[in-house]
Design a protein around this ligand. Structure first.
Ligand SMILES: Nc1nc2c(ncn2[C@@H]2O[C@H](COP(=O)(O)OP(=O)(O)OP(=O)(O)O)[C@@H](O)[C@H]2O)c(=O)[nH]1
Ligand SMILES: [Mg+2]
Length: 446
């Protein structure tokens, strides 16, 4: 996510931090590079100009130049201004005081509307809300089928036009009414997309908006199209009045032009980011955290929140108790790897850690993920008894396991060493934390 931009800025700012004393000229020089990096990232031209000007006027003040750590001060200013660009505060979804809250998704064909409907449904479900999805594109039966399949997977009901041939507008009105009568908390309208913005599409969307008065009208746009996403937001806003934006496919967007300029140009906040095809791949958008991520400071807060969502609380509690009583076994080790995998690929996790981008480069593409897969396969090749008691693992058993998992005895030995280290650390932690404290930290997972 935004790797190219991030690497460039990191590089420029690192050099600035290296200076004990900063002169105005050094800062101006560095800002020229920042300007170029942002333009190459496809950030709107006018926005870049204003951004650099603001950083410059703050940075060349006496306070910064004469401080003990001028380089760090400049990084801090850049961070602040990046936050300001993306909207400063996180903008959550507006919920209606009189349920159901109606959320309408609009956007071009293939932008990710239907997928995002599923992601939002999962998100609300995880927050204890009852969700109804509405397939608002009756002209394309396949679209309704796709949403119905998602609904079935998530165990969320899907409202669709019956055979009487209701049009998109009436289907949405029916869906919202059903949501009200049946006591749903949230109704999400999955509108149809077109390859191009045309009058028919806009008229239909405007009519749906007028008839269902949604709390949120969100443009779903592919982040990879950069400035085109910004232009699209302006066009949609003119016709249907947006309340915000969800950018999708951000995990593949190395440049970040849309992420950085959409709020500044259109005034519409980004509310969520789509970061993969899986339904879990949706992140609430926090400008400050994104700014930190871009500057290579990581995003540990989001990582923790994600962990709280995916880690099964009862399982975690059970695991904690068991660890206190018996210590970590290889079986637990494998279980924990599975939990980590639920967080996303290791690459995605590294993205959120301070300095993670560098680690990722050092590890080479996909290497970390392969290592995890290898560990899992080796443990899978052990017998249950071996997993519970690693001391059984003698030479011949190791050979058998290596053969069974298509690895080598060295690989098996390396795994055992990693496991013993993890076990030692775990033992230390549990002893330190004691019963009460650990109980509290486990409750934080709820
Ligand atoms: N990598 C990635 N793929 C995504 C993301 N969101 C959606 N997709 C993929 O984009 C493709 C199109 O997604 P849909 O949800 O069907 O798009 P849509 O906007 O509903 O399309 P129409 O209904 O045809 O207008 C699918 O292959 C999705 O898996 C994302 O955040 N990351
Ligand atoms: Mg769709």
């Amino acid at each position: 996510m935004l790797e190219t931009l991030s690497a460039k800025l990191d590089d420029i700012l690192k050099r600035l931090r290296g200076h004990g004393v900063l002169t105005e000229a050094t800062i101006v020089e560095a800002l020229k590079e920042v300007r170029l990096a942002l333009l190459e990232a496809d950030v709107n031209f006018k926005i870049v100009k204003e951004f650099v000007e603001r950083v410059r006027s703050k940075a060349i003040g006496q306070e910064v130049l004469q401080s003990l750590t001028p380089g760090h001060q400049v990084v801090k200013i850049v961070h602040e201004e990046l936050c300001a660009l993306m909207g400063q505060q996180q903008t959550g979804l507006a919920l209606s005081s009189m349920p159901p809250t109606v959320i309408m998704l609009v956007g071009l064909q293939g932008a990710g509307k239907t997928t995002t409907c599923g992601k939002l449904a999962l998100y609300f479900k995880a927050h204890g809300k009852r969700v109804l999805l509405v397939a608002a594109d009756p002209r394309r039966p396949a679209a309704a089928e796709q949403l119905a399949a998602l609904g079935a997977q998530l165990e969320v009901p899907v409202h669709r036009a019956d055979s009487t041939g209701r049009d998109a507008v009436s289907t949405c009105v029916d869906g919202v009414e059903r949501g009200r009568v049946q006591g749903f908390d949230v109704v999400i309208l999955d509108s149809g997309g077109r390859l191009h913005i045309d009058d028919d599409l806009m008229n239909e969307l405007a009519a749906i908006r007028a008839k269902t008065t949604p709390q949120e009208v969100l443009l779903v746009a592919d982040a990879m199209i950069g400035q085109d996403a910004v232009a699209m937001a302006e066009q949609f806003d003119r016709r249907v009045e947006l309340t915000g934006v969800i950018l999708t496919k951000v995990e593949g967007d190395a440049r970040g032009g849309a992420v950085l300029s959409i709020k500044a140009v259109t005034g519409k906040p980004i509310k969520f980011l789509g970061t993969g095809e899986k339904l879990e791949a949706l992140e609430p958008f926090h400008p400050d955290r994104m700014a930190a991520r871009i500057l290579g400071m990581g995003d540990v807060l989001s990582l923790i929140e994600k962990a709280q969502e995916v880690v099964d609380r009862d399982q975690a509690e059970g695991m904690a108790q068991k660890l206190r009583a018996e210590g970590l076994t290889l079986e637990d080790f494998r279980e924990q790897l599975k939990q980590v995998n639920k967080l996303g690929s290791l690459e995605q996790i590294l993205d959120m850690l301070p300095g993670g981008q560098r680690l990722k480069e050092a590890a080479g593409g996909g290497a970390a993920q392969k290592e995890v897969a290898r560990v899992a396969v080796i443990i899978d090749s052990m017998t249950t008894r071996e997993r519970r008691d690693h001391t059984l693992l003698n030479g011949s058993r190791k050979q058998r396991i290596a053969k069974g998992s298509g690895t080598s005895v060295q690989d098996v030995n390396r795994l055992i060493k990693q496991y013993l280290e993890a076990r030692k650390m775990m033992k230390m932690l549990t002893e330190q934390a004691g019963r009460k404290k650990l109980g509290r930290s486990m409750r934080a997972f709820s």
